[in-house]
Design a protein around this ligand. Sequence first.
Ligand SMILES: *[C@@H]1O[C@H](CO)[C@@H](O)[C@H](O)[C@H]1NC(C)=O
Ligand SMILES: *[C@@H]1O[C@H](CO)[C@@H](O)[C@H](O)[C@H]1NC(C)=O
Ligand SMILES: *[C@@H]1O[C@H](CO)[C@@H](O)[C@H](O)[C@H]1NC(C)=O
Ligand SMILES: *[C@@H]1O[C@H](CO)[C@@H](O)[C@H](O)[C@H]1NC(C)=O
Ligand SMILES: *[C@@H]1O[C@H](CO)[C@@H](O)[C@H](O)[C@H]1NC(C)=O
Length: 407
Amino acid sequence: MLLKNFIVGAVFCAATNALPWNDGDDKENEKKSYKYVALFSVDGFHSSGVAKYSSLRPQSNIAALLATGYEYANAFTSAPSDSFPGTMNQYTGASPRTTGTRCQGKSGAEVALAANLDYNSTERFSGGINPDELPQKLVNGQCTLVYPHNRTRINTIFEVVHQADKHTAYADKHPAYDLVRGPSGEGLTVGYFPKIAAVANTVDATITCNSLHVTAFFNWISGTTPPNSEKTAGYTNDTKLTFTAPLLKAFDFVNNSLSKIVDALKAKNIYDQTLIIVASKHGQAPINPALYHKIDLALIIPATGVDVDWVTTNNIAPLFLTDQSTLAKALGVIYTTSTAKIAEYGGLSDDDRKVACFASAKGLKKLVINDTVSTKQIGPTVLKVLGLNPEDMQGAKAEGTKALKGF
Ligand SMILES: *[C@@H]1O[C@H](CO)[C@@H](O)[C@H](O)[C@H]1NC(C)=O
Ligand SMILES: *[C@@H]1O[C@H](CO)[C@@H](O)[C@H](O)[C@H]1NC(C)=O
Ligand SMILES: *[C@@H]1O[C@H](CO)[C@@H](O)[C@H](O)[C@H]1NC(C)=O
Ligand SMILES: *[C@@H]1O[C@H](CO)[C@@H](O)[C@H](O)[C@H]1NC(C)=O
Ligand SMILES: *[C@@H]1O[C@H](CO)[C@@H](O)[C@H](O)[C@H]1NC(C)=O
């Protein structure tokens, strides 16, 4: 398992109006409407990791959140499970088929909107997206810049929440996450994108970088805005496939961060009105290190025997062919030869796609839900609990995506 980013996204949707405490159809009398939703994505957090961590750390905040929450034990992210489609799954209620977002390198089929669009990719904050790095498109006879959000085909929950005059905030690992703003470009009240690639390839450096996301969250709940690598930490090769020390350290960081977040929400007297959701963009396979095989990218392109315009290599390798008619010759399987990586993501296997997903709030009755669910159900859940209409999400409507069971 490759931990690139322990907490990659922190979303905070603040409603301006108080909502009823109960939707009336709930026999258990558990509250299902909230004024706020705080959504956290932990890259590489497999669904099995939730149970493992909480049995290893029964006194942890993660275990405490589960004690008043619903754990979706069979939750799946998008296929492919790359960061961008995994992200859009959560925020549009739709799969890559509808969002058109298939991998991080290419937001659509033919436009490159990669992770390094900013002024200087080696600096934590270099001024955001550099327009010189963007493609352009003729709009009414004018050359117009194409930002990642322009390539988002359908609206996002941030737009729906924002259009209802409520606030949204989002943090992620680089400025190309602009795509969550949605086609209007206006979904985020505030976006915060400290560059993950600017830090060293260690667990500690990643924790420090991701702590910025946690601090940003504290700013947001105080009504202020924050001022302006690849990491290797896997499972052991024992029969139980337990966490290695660095991986456990990473999860302890997540636990401690969530713990501070709960304390801060309580200190602001808004914890009781907040639904906390923790899920993952992708799982980052494989859990079993013995299943890890590396194949040299340099062998793949010659092996296809065709002209390749663009390749993004993860567990799977989307190949963008120079000539569509060469498709039949190009089919194949790909891994990485990076010596730093012991896992990659983007693939279609359960280890890539079966991710952590739980929702916690004061008063919820502890429940493990074994039904197969998709992380694309998170978007409709967020809108529903905020008293907004999930059908206002074009993607959820197109794919008939419903809120998670229990909400
Ligand atoms: C997890 O968070 C709890 C607070 O809820 C804290 O007491 C505990 O020390 C943390 N555990 C670890 C292992 O970091
Ligand atoms: C990018 O930032 C790094 C670190 O601050 C610096 O060493 C480098 O010169 C910068 N590159 C450019 C092209 O400005
Ligand atoms: C991209 O979106 C912005 C709004 O954020 C809009 O002004 C611009 O025209 C769009 N660009 C294209 C190519 O559609
Ligand atoms: C895992 O353990 C098995 C059995 O001991 C061994 O054959 C295999 O090489 C190990 N794999 C790794 C990646 O260490
Ligand atoms: C889900 O499965 C677990 C373990 O098999 C079981 O304890 C739990 O009761 C199941 N949940 C439901 C709602 O059936």
